[in-house]
Design a protein around this ligand. Structure first.
Ligand SMILES: [Zn+2]
Length: 300
């Protein structure tokens, strides 16, 4: 299926830069302690919300977990400039009911003026997601058949990719058109550090359970020194690593973990000119890793 590549015009690019910074400024009170930090972001992944809010999996009620996390993000002072969710928004097959329940849970953030940026995972369904979220969400994507976003902040640009291949098939792909779009979009925004988010983890295995086109993605990211971090979910395991100075951040799930000792929760990210501090916020506040801070220094 051909994928149309609408031009990412300079004008459109500038509009998105201004909009990103302005949302946060508009919510802050001039002359007082700022209510919103334009360089703070709430990073979530693998929410796995089912239409039925009483649904549980592996002993976890996914609805209640996300509700708790949304409450914590709302309570953060100063407020983050935005929330990014690295996919697997829906429980299993991305039904319309799943997305309706998800939207209900995210509503308090949107009411507070906090933009929420959502990536597609292997348990999502792109068309039903667009149907549930409305035309505006579809139009915010820069590719006809993929849900990609660029979110600009004062110190970084976020690129949110779409690695959903087929719903409920574990591995993911970006595809040549999206990689071309990403390379072009990164080159147009080389004046600022770039942070790239997608659902699937890098995977060099012969039978990949993560991103099939991992090496083509690294061929886009590694030679561009302004790309500082790749952020993903999928494994339900919190982990920070790096490859040639590019930070690899595996976000914890909001929903269930596969090994009981692993934390679930979210990550409070604070961006600076030369790096980013990640603070793990565990749903179990007694967890040994709750409050763990990781300092990422940007590569040269
Ligand atoms: Zn998942």
């Amino acid at each position: 299926m051909p994928i149309l590549l609408p031009p990412l015009s300079r004008r459109r690019f500038l509009t998105s830069v201004v909009a990103g910074a302005a949302t946060c400024l508009a919510r802050s009170t001039v002359g007082k302690e700022p209510l919103c930090d334009a360089n703070r972001f709430a990073l979530l992944s693998d929410t796995h919300i089912a239409g039925d809010r009483t649904k549980t999996a592996r002993g976890i009620n996914m609805h209640d977990n996300l509700k708790t996390v949304v409450g914590e993000v709302l309570a953060a002072q100063p407020a983050p400039a935005g929330v990014l969710v690295a996919g697997d928004l829906a429980f299993n097959e991305g039904t319309g009911e799943d997305y309706a329940t998800l939207l209900g849970l995210l509503q308090p953030l949107r009411e507070r003026g906090l933009p929420v940026h959502l990536a597609m995972g292997n348990h999502d369904h792109r068309e039903r997601f667009w149907q549930a979220l409305g035309e505006a969400e579809r139009k915010s994507s820069r590719l006809e058949q993929k849900h990609v976003l660029m979110v600009s902040a004062p110190l970084v640009n976020w690129f949110v990719l779409d690695s959903l291949d087929r719903t409920d098939k574990v591995s993911g792909t970006l595809g040549d058109e999206q990689l071309k779009w990403l390379a072009d979009a990164l080159d147009r925004a080389a004046d600022k550090p770039a942070l790239v988010m997608l659902h699937h983890y890098p995977d060099a295995g012969s039978i990949p359970t993560g991103l099939v086109d991992t090496e083509p993605l690294f061929k886009v990211l590694l030679p561009r020194p302004h790309v500082k971090a790749l952020i993903f979910g999928h494994s339900h395991v919190w982990k920070v690593d790096q490859r040639e100075g590019l930070h690899l951040v595996n976000l914890p799930p909001v929903a269930y973990v596969f090994a009981p000792s692993n934390p679930n929760g979210w990550v409070d990210a604070r961006v600076a000119a030369d790096g980013m501090t990640l603070e793990l916020r565990c749903l179990d506040q007694q967890h040994a890793q709750h409050g763990q801070r990781v300092q990422l220094k940007w590569r040269a």
